[in-house]
Design a protein around this ligand. Structure first.
Ligand code: HEM
Length: 264
């Protein structure tokens, strides 16, 4: 029997120890012949750098959506409280910053994070496709979660949602009922009084929940915080908590409007 061993011989030692192999020859692959997902050590290094970029930009988004979700709950406090809150957001940092200055800093951080997150996702996706140009004949998803298998399409769905969301509430602001756009609370409530728009938002929140569930786990893993059984368990719990709190919290406002609990 001939066995090809990569850098580490652990598997070989293990197989020998179990007495399961009769060896005639062992071919050890050197660095020069070892197949690689990307070319050269630099390529491997940039793959790790890209994973780190995805993880850190993802964490920026997690912090943003957590704060944004919490802010949205002001809708339960009524018309005036919600509009006051939208107004105060623009006063943060005054007089050191101009009116709306903190918001522009936030927008810049989010835009940079979005570009970093999407670009690294595309590059890693292409590297993966190049490393396996011929698809598996049989591919069973054993041990992988549904959320991990929907990261790419879910991410794309979220990107489309964010584009619509900004058109809806930020620039130019679209009130699908034909009502006013200069009153943030009225725009919010009238949007979700439109059933199909509420359905779009709720579907997007399912996509967000799935993305956050796997993304939280994955970023903790990339940062090296899943090194023990206990750490892996905590990272899994963190994935569930982040997904349920954020996607669930966001869904409360559209649902409350749909059921008439929040109205104009
Ligand atoms: C049911 C879910 C959501 C609701 C009801 C909601 C509501 C709103 C509202 C009312 C605004 C305008 C705030 C203002 O101008 O004062 C806004 C802005 C924004 N939302 Fe959401 N949002 C939701 C989910 C999300 C998600 C999941 C993301 C990102 C992943 C997101 C990203 C943003 C961004 C980037 C802005 C623009 C902030 C700015 O530049 O002024 N939103 N959202």
């Amino acid at each position: 029997m001939c066995i090809v061993v990569d850098y580490n011989t652990t598997h070989l030692t293990y197989a020998r120890a179990r007495g399961g192999l009769a060896l005639d020859s062992v071919a050890v692959q050197t660095k020069a012949t070892q197949p690689s997902l990307v070319t050269g050590v630099r390529g491997t290094r940039t793959t790790i750098a890209l994973k780190l970029l995805m993880a850190t930009s993802g964490i920026v988004f997690i912090l943003f959506v957590l704060a944004h979700m919490y802010g949205n709950l002001k809708a339960f406090a009524g018309h005036e409280a919600f509009n006051d809150y939208a107004h105060h957001l623009r006063e943060i940092g005054e007089p050191i910053l101009p009116y709306g200055g903190a918001l522009w800093i936030l927008r810049t951080v989010l835009l940079v994070s979005l570009v970093a997150h999407v670009t690294s996702a595309i590059v890693l996706w292409r590297r993966r496709a190049r490393a396996r140009p011929v698809a598996y004949v049989v591919k069973r998803n054993v041990g992988s979660s549904f959320s991990s298998r929907t990261m790419r399409w879910g991410g794309l769905t979220l990107l489309l949602f964010i584009i619509w969301h900004l058109l809806n509430f930020t620039v130019p602001k679209i009130n699908v009922t034909g009502g006013p756009i200069d009153d943030p609370y009225v725009l919010l409530v009238e949007s979700f009084q439109t059933w199909w728009l509420t359905v779009i938002y709720l579907v997007a929140m399912v996509a967000l929940g799935l993305h956050l569930h796997h993304g939280t786990w994955s970023s903790l893993q990339t940062l090296g915080w899943t090194g023990s059984a206990g750490a892996r368990r905590r990272a899994k719990v963190a994935g569930w908590v982040v997904a349920i709190v954020i996607a669930g919290g966001f869904s409360l406002v559209p649902l409350a409007v749909l059921f008439g609990i929040v109205s104009v």
